[in-house]
Design a protein around this ligand. Structure first.
Ligand code: AHR
Length: 476
């Protein structure tokens, strides 16, 4: 099958390789942070997990929730450990350990080279509390919260740029009243005022949900004061067999396309913003922050199915979704949710940490699939996904890197058949990831993912069944 490059469409935002950590089960406590572990460094951070986080190198890391944001008061978790406040974790069970608070999060971000992205509590918190959090993090003057940070041993501001104004506020069962879109709009505006008046340089992310009844009024009211529009997506197998999660992928593509259209209605430059707000409007186009995405097979038990063991099929889905994100110019941030233990690429066991299958496509793409976004053209090849419906066998995307090299990420989602593509003349190198079976899983003892690297002729590139391939064309 002939694949041709049609042109280019902007640059990939590196922040699409972001990740997320929450106070949820053992993601932070017992995952990232575990002072009792033999792997812990002097900050209580697990060095094995930290090394893997450095290797995945998310440019953005979101914290402290997620849903737990509904009850999170940042002042509980700053300053001397002995005066911090421990509360019941009302959302995920157990306790909300305050040992890993704002400063520890920012230090962890520094260790792994990520920009911190903080989600503020709109449910039981106030706009003033959120503004104070901005001042604690970013304040440079002689004001109370900037001095409080200094008194905690941090002379330099943390410089937190990304701030999420609530989380999934449309969800009626979650704490808070903001599932009423008018209340969300009213209160989000007040949060943004307090926060932007404290630091006009911050970037805000308002809550979207992919439904017009919510998204349209939110954008109409808040478009001038938000830089990003948040969307979340979790696919599941839904008892639909091997191709089950790919049905969710189609919904995700659709949601991204619809949202991109909606955002296009708002001009790049805001011209009619009252100076009486005393902070500037957004500068530039509103972008999508897909700030949680993954496969999550929800289960109605005490762990909510969050301790997922991902199989090779899930890694093929992950690579497909990375392609979808890279192919959509409206996406400015995307966070694989979450980083450790909970629906995560990394599992931290007492004896050591290891990667699940879904980490491997992420690692393969992270440093290579960047640069100018190229548009590809090919004749779709349809595959019968059984109960999940029909899907395209191949999912492709391409970039031209800073080094001028064209890289094509080619995912063969057909677990039965190989497919052959042609990218024209010349030579290429191809890194391929596969496994013995779509149901193969990794463990601490054994990695099921096989990696091969070989020279190929561009006119005849064989994509093995159920494979993730990164093809680097030799520059001419
Ligand atoms: O990532 C797990 C949960 O999924 C998050 O807390 C919430 O935002 C989403 O529903």
């Amino acid at each position: 099958m002939e694949v041709t490059i049609q042109g280019s469409n902007g640059r990939i935002c590196e922040a699409v390789y972001g990740q997320f950590i929450e106070h949820i089960l053992t993601c932070i406590e017992g995952g990232v942070y575990d002072p009792e572990s033999p792997f812990a460094d002097s900050d209580g951070v697990r060095t094995d997990v930290c090394r893997m986080a450095q290797e995945m190198a998310p440019p953005v890391l979101r914290f402290p929730g997620g849903t737990v944001m509904c009850q999170y008061h940042w002042e509980d978790a700053v300053g001397p450990q002995e005066t911090r406040i421990r509360r019941k974790n009302l959302i995920w069970g157990g306790e909300l350990d305050p040992s890993f608070g704002t400063a520890e999060f920012v230090q962890f971000c520094r260790k792994i080279g990520a920009e911190p992205m903080i989600c503020v509590n709109m449910a039981s918190g106030t706009p003033e509390e959120a503004g104070n959090w901005v001042e604690y993090c970013n304040g440079t003057g002689n004001s109370y919260y900037a001095n409080l940070r200094r008194s905690h041993g941090f002379a330099e501001p943390f410089g937190v740029k990304y701030w999420c104004i609530g989380n999934e506020s449309y969800a009626e069962p979650d704490i808070g009243v903001h599932h009423d879109v008018n209340l969300y709009i009213r209160d989000a505006m007040e949060f943004i005022k307090f926060m932007k008046l404290t630091d006009r340089s911050i970037r805000t992310v308002v809550v979207g949900c992919g439904q017009p009844e919510w998204d349209e009024p939110v954008l109409k009211a808040l478009h001038a004061v938000t830089d990003y529009f948040s969307l979340h997506h979790y696919s599941a197998e839904n008892h639909k067999g091997l191709y089950g999660p790919f049905e969710g992928e189609r919904q995700l593509i659709d949601m991204l396309e619809q949202t991109a259209k909606r955002l296009d209605a708002y001009p790049e430059k805001v011209t009619d913003f009252s100076p009486w707000y005393r902070f500037p409007p957004r500068a530039g186009k509103i972008q999508i922050a897909l700030d949680e995405w993954n496969i999550w097979n929800f289960a109605a038990d005490e762990t909510y199915g969050l301790l997922e063991r991902y199989c090779w099929r899930d890694a093929v889905w992950t690579a497909s979704v990375l392609n979808d994100i890279l192919n959509q110019p409206a996406v400015g941030i995307a966070n694989l949710a979450q980083m450790v233990n909970v629906i995560a690429p990394v599992v931290a066991e007492k004896e050591g940490a290891w990667y699940q299958t879904i980490a491997y496509p992420f690692l393969l793409y992270r440093r290579e699939m960047l640069g100018e976004r190229l548009q590809l053209n090919w004749e779709p090849l349809w595959l019968d996904g059984g109960e999940a419906g029909k899907l395209e066998a191949l999912n492709l995307c391409a970039v031209r890197g800073e080094d001028g090299v064209v890289r094509v990420a080619a995912v063969n989602r057909d677990f039965e058949k190989e497919h052959v593509i042609s990218l024209g003349e010349g030579e290429a190198t191809m890194v391929s990831l596969t496994a013995d079976s779509p149901s193969a899983i990794c463990s601490r003892e054994q990695c099921c993912v096989q990696r091969t690297e070989r020279a190929v002729s561009c006119s005849q590139i064989v994509l093995r069944p159920g494979s993730v391939n990164l093809i680097s064309l030799k520059s001419v």
